[in-house]
Design a protein around this ligand. Structure first.
Ligand SMILES: Cc1cc2nc3c(=O)[nH]c(=O)nc-3n(C[C@H](O)[C@H](O)[C@H](O)COP(=O)(O)OP(=O)(O)OC[C@H]3O[C@@H](n4cnc5c(N)ncnc54)[C@H](O)[C@@H]3O)c2cc1C
Length: 244
């Protein structure tokens, strides 16, 4: 935690504000009291840390980027990083289970309409719900232009088919932000993002994937088989998924 606290005259200060220091301290204390005692057991047995997640949520250490208008704290990416660093000091698996939730609903904050934000964000403040970011596929990791999952328009709905791989918290998510191709001829410019409820018909949790580390965060393979979502669940325009 080497932080530059001093500035030279006319220089730039990288010092944390008092609020940021307090936030970091709160997260550190939480990691020490609530995460460290469970770290070994949860990692060894690949236990999903639902109890720790609930406590982090209660304390305001989760879903911290949700705008104030929807009941959230509207913290910055930097402040989220300060929290994440401390939680992962406690245990990188449990920390990931908590922090990666921001990735799941981040696209709604970044690209959701007011209506979409009003529908999907407040429940995350009210309860420790999990969301997943479903981008990676068995044959598309770093290079997302290789995404094979498709979303085909059918009247007022989209029909989604494909497989996603290595999805954090997928086994416990209440919804996914999923990236699919709406126009394969356009490569990455044909990608579109959708909100997909986990209880939509055709969402199949295929496998909890075992790992050599971070075993207390669930990483799963999920299939989407003829999953229908309303057009209202599309984030941004068709083809804006890569940008999102
Ligand atoms: C614990 C865990 C949790 C994850 N959670 C999620 C999640 O919630 N949602 C999600 O969508 N994905 C998730 N992922 C997937 C993760 O984002 C991918 O693993 C990552 O994008 C890399 O893709 P890949 O595994 O297919 O590796 P590849 O893309 O095949 O890369 C393999 C190696 O090649 C290198 N490489 C790739 N392309 C190039 C290049 N052009 N030039 C030079 N080197 C290159 C990479 O650096 C890497 O070392 C998770 C992965 C893990 C391990």
């Amino acid at each position: 935690m080497a932080i530059v606290e001093q500035t030279v005259a006319g220089g730039v200060s990288f010092a944390l504000t008092d609020e940021q220091k307090a936030l970091r301290e709160l997260a550190h204390e939480f990691a020490e009291k609530e995460i460290r005692p469970k770290e070994r057991e949860y990692d060894e047995h690949s236990i999903h840390p639902a109890d720790v997640i609930a406590k982090a949520h209660e304390l305001g250490l989760m879903n911290v980027h949700v705008p104030e208008a929807y009941g959230g704290l509207a913290l910055s990416a930097f402040e989220g990083m300060l929290i994440g660093e401390e939680l992962c000091w406690g245990c990188s698996g449990i920390g990931t289970a908590i922090v990666a939730n921001g990735l799941g609903h981040g696209p709604v904050i970044v690209a959701g309409t007011e209506e979409q934000q009003r529908e999907w964000l407040p429940p995350l403040v009210e309860a420790p719900l999990l969301t997943s970011f479903a981008l990676t596929e068995p044959n598309a990791g770093s290079d997302v232009s290789g995404i094979q999952t498709t979303a085909v328009r059918d009247g007022d709905e989209y029909v989604i088919n494909g497989s996603k791989m290595f999805i954090t918290n997928a086994g416990y998510a209440s919804w996914f932000t999923l990236f699919a191709s709406t126009d394969k001829s356009q490569g990455h410019r044909g990608l579109t993002a959708f909100i997909v409820p986990a209880d939509a018909g055709g969402v199949v949790l295929e496998q909890h994937l075992d790992k050599m580390g971070q075993r207390s965060t669930d990483t799963s393979a999920v299939a989407f088989q003829d999953v229908r979502v309303p057009g209202a669940n599309r984030l941004g325009e068709e083809g804006e998924g890569f940008k999102i």
